[in-house]
Design a protein around this ligand. Structure first.
Ligand SMILES: *Cc1c(COP(=O)(O)O)cnc(C)c1O
Length: 425
């Protein structure tokens, strides 16, 4: 453990940490407690359910799309903001970050965040387990829904609750979402309008998860979605790897040792970024470099990894307050499943101040027209950080994972943009 970095963390100083324990993927892939076969199973499950999802949520999918019901997101080029960011973060002479793309998980169908990947997969896997004895009913939807008489509980800072709640309720489950103090009101209202029970807690994410776990304990008809431990969630996120490869190929973008792929993933408890990292490593091996991004007030994964105490330490243990405008990342303790699994696989972690996140929300809206939530823009400084801190080659391709925001009401986004403009001035 390095005390200097802990001093910086304690002082809420933004920092860039390069993982000293990074190893070639093939030598450490067994650190991950699930294998490529599980990704394949999850991919097949999502494909099997696509027609049902298209039926359940007709407004969420392009009816003229080839594959309605597919939970996938666009990959877009960033045209104007890279020059603005290069200016902002100080261009190193003679260097250019190269091509920068944005992966719009903010626009994933039905629940508008990266949680649609893991959350939907978890609910569908559960539905199939319940219906195992009665496989005919599952896709017929005649008579009662497959989740009827069954319960789901989950603890969330907002987006996981949205994802589990919307799909769970649509499949007939009685869903209870325990929301941490960070959750936005519109998410609670939307869920209640779908018949989901929302319980509001004054505590943080960890407290909301504990409440959900206690709620489900001992009830065989109640499934607890464990954001700190679930492999169904984790593998659902990992499905993202193959489609990204296809999207890059479709643009003629090669990924190899001379053209590395650098990916920047906002991190809360770690399931989303960890699962996506697993999926990408399975596709690209050592040619992909995955960096996680956390708010300076909630660097849960960073603290867990640098101390190697994983889920046995929280940011509060270091005196941090776990208060951030990035509600999706407001997590004090990393996943006990993901933190040790990714210890030798994640390339590094950097932290970003809340003021910077708001500024980035404003800049992205001004220059590219995408309206994202603060958690979702955290990766934007990544390519410039890498230029400064590492010897990343100029022909690298950078993908910034934009994790949420498309369903946020206009007035909330406008408020963040206004606050961001204040910071720029
Ligand atoms: C949940 C979330 C993340 C991070 O995912 P974790 O699994 O908590 O690490 C990032 N961005 C947004 C918008 C989220 O909702």
């Amino acid at each position: 453990m390095s005390p200097a970095i802990l001093d910086d963390i304690r002082a809420y100083r933004p920092l860039f940490w390069i993982n000293p324990l990074l190893e070639p993927y093939q030598t450490v892939r067994s650190d991950i407690p699930v294998g490529s076969g599980e990704i394949e199973t999850a991919r097949a499950r999502m494909a099997r359910w696509a027609p049902q999802l298209a039926n359940l949520f007709p407004d969420a999918f392009d009816s003229d799309s080839d594959e309605p019901g597919t939970i996938e997101s666009p990959l877009v080029d960033l045209a104007r903001i890279p020059a603005v960011l290069a200016e902002r973060y100080g261009r190193t002479p003679g260097s250019d970050p190269g091509r920068i793309l944005l992966k719009l998980d903010s626009h994933l169908p039905v629940s508008g965040s990266i949680k649609a990947r893991g959350g939907f997969h978890e609910v569908l896997a559960l539905t199939e387990r319940i219906a195992e004895h009665d496989a005919d009913t599952i896709f017929s939807f005649t008579g009662q829904l497959p989740g009827a008489g069954q319960m789901i509980t989950v603890g969330s800072t907002g987006n996981l609750g949205l994802s589990i709640g919307i799909l769970g309720a649509a499949l007939g489950f009685s869903v209870t979402v325990h929301m941490s103090r960070d959750a936005r009101r519109w998410k609670k209202e939307l869920l209640r309008s779908r018949g989901v029970v929302v319980i509001e807690h004054g505590g943080d994410f960890g407290a909301a998860v504990a409440a959900g776990r206690a709620d489900a304990a001992g009830n065989p008809r109640c499934h607890f979605v464990d954001d700190e431990r679930s492999t169904d969630l984790f593998v659902g996120y990992a499905v993202a790897g193959r489609p990204l490869r296809r999207q890059l190929e479709a643009r003629g973008i090669e990924v190899d040792a001379d053209h590395p792929l650098c990916v920047y993933l906002p991190c809360g408890v770690g399931g989303g970024p960890g699962g996506v990292t697993f999926g990408l490593k399975e596709e690209f091996g050592d040619n992909v470099h995955c960096y996680f991004v956390e708010p300076t007030h909630a660097p849960a994964m960073l603290v867990g990894l640098v101390t190697e105490r994983y889920d046995r330490i929280s940011v509060q243990d270091l005196g941090l307050d776990n208060r951030t405008v990035a509600d999706g990342l407001a997590v004090g303790r990393p996943s006990g499943l993901v933190a040790p699994a990714l210890r030798r696989i994640v390339s590094g972690i950097f932290t970003v101040e809340d003021e910077e996140l708001l500024t980035l929300v404003a800049l992205l809206s001004d220059h590219e027209g995408y309206r994202l939530e603060p958690s979702a823009v955290a990766g934007l400084p990544g390519p410039f950080q890498l230029l400064r801190e590492t010897d990343v080659p100029e022909n690298a391709v950078h993908v910034i994972w934009a994790t949420g925001g498309n369903m946020v009401p206009d007035d909330e986004i406008a408020e963040w943009i206004r606050a961001g403009h204040e910071m720029i001035r």
